[in-house]
Design a binder for this molecule. Structure first.
Ligand code: SAM
Length: 356
């Protein structure tokens, strides 16, 4: 049975000297790390592994003022450290090795993928994940793949609060997200940041498939720009509107609910500096629209899933062909890179393409 409190000799110091004292006691291997350091008013109480003589303590603590005594301390509860440890005895031992090794964190929601062999134990796994990690309030299990025009998937609530909506923070930007209603991936954090760094004051930008708006929001927060943020999913646009209330911006985001093809073809007359085409499963159908909107020397950030031996070469060939078909030319490709793994031997790729 786990004891509820421990009697220990202690050293107490002023809070101001606490960090120095803690370090000195650790160095002398005298701090009992199985107990929590206690505090009352201005004092910090350090539990000791054994009683030390006055002379011994003076040597360890040097000029730090301290007092000694004995009191009860609360033990540090040593819970399971890994998901596997937490589930020993709850799921068959031969299945432990199939447990997910990672989860995505979206705001205070953890999202995990449960392998088929473990679906009967999904709720135990969710509860165990919450015991091991304390930094979220809900555990969702992915149900099926991302699909359809709006690129969403379904989820099972496995543990914690019954919700799919949260506020996610990226580089201090607060983004309203509902994972069951609109696409959002925390794995694109660095890509959102990279594109926002490339934009400059004065630009006109179209984020053609904005989702809940991470690219548009990051860009407008940092630069005096105008960003048209288009998405066909009404829930995505509602969430983007919410994020506009949650942050301060240097520039402007104009949320537009609709089909980006219709929007650009029906009288959109902006000569835009930059288009963002993060819809890797479908962006190829909209390259003509992007070329219509872009001014000469404008930049297209084109995303696509690519596999094979040479995904960079395949993407270069594909985007060059699509741009030519729409009557424009590729001046140069400034960057081509693998953004993330999207499937075994397949990547979400991006090409930053300057269009003549
Ligand atoms: C992969 S998500 C990307 C969302 C966002 N760019 C991001 O990085 O989080 C693709 C988005 O394109 C939107 N979409 C699909 N077809 C569209 C269309 N014809 N017009 C506008 N948006 C569209 C979907 O609703 C979805 O939100």
């Amino acid at each position: 049975m786990i004891p509820v409190s421990f009697d220990r000799p202690f050293v107490r110091t002023n809070v101001g000297d606490g960090e120095k004292a803690r370090q000195a006691l650790i160095d002398a291997k005298l701090l009992d790390t199985e107990c929590k350091i206690a505090k009352d008013e201005d004092w910090l109480y350090f539990p000791l592994t054994k009683k030390k003589t006055e002379k011994g303590l003076k040597k360890i603590l040097g000029k730090i003022k301290y007092e000694v005594g004995k009191r009860e301390f609360t033990p540090v509860f040593m819970g399971p450290k890994t998901l596997s440890e937490a589930l020993v005895g709850l799921i068959p031992s031969d299945l432990l090795e199939l447990l997910p090794r990672a989860y995505d964190l979206v705001g205070d929601i953890a999202v995990i993928e449960i392998p088929d062999e473990l679906t009967d134990y999904a709720r135990q796994i969710g509860a165990a994940l919450k015991t091991v990690h304390k930094n979220f309030n809900t555990v969702l299990g992915k149900r099926g793949p991302i699909s359809g025009t709006t690129r969403v998937r379904q989820y099972d609530i496995l543990a914690g609060q019954n919700k799919t909506k949260t506020i996610h923070t990226e580089y201090n930007l607060r983004i309203a997200v509902d994972v069951a209603k609109a696409y959002f991936s925390p794995r694109l954090l660095e890509e959102h940041n990279r594109i926002a760094d490339l934009a400059t004051d004065g630009e006109l930008v179209i984020d053609m498939f904005t989702g809940v708006g991470p690219f548009a929001l990051h860009i407008a927060r940092r630069h005096r720009v105008k960003v048209y943020a288009v998405d066909i999913n009404p829930d995505a646009i509602d969430l983007l509107q919410e994020s506009l209330e949650l942050n301060r911006f240097a520039g402007e985001v104009i949320p537009i609910l609709g089909d980006t093809h219709e929007y650009i073809q029906s009288g959109f007359d902006g000569d835009v500096d930059r288009v963002i085409m993060n819809h890797p499963a479908g962006a190829f159908e909209f390259v003509g629209d992007a070329c219509k909107a872009l001014k000469p020397e404008g930049v297209m950030h084109y995303y696509e899933f690519m596999g094979g031996e040479d995904p960079e070469g395949s993407l270069t060939e594909k985007i060059t062909g699509l741009v030519n078909e729409s009557g424009r030319e590729v001046a140069r490709i400034e960057t081509i890179r693998r953004v993330r793994d999207s499937a075994p031997y397949e990547y979400q790729m991006v090409a930053d393409v300057v269009i003549q």
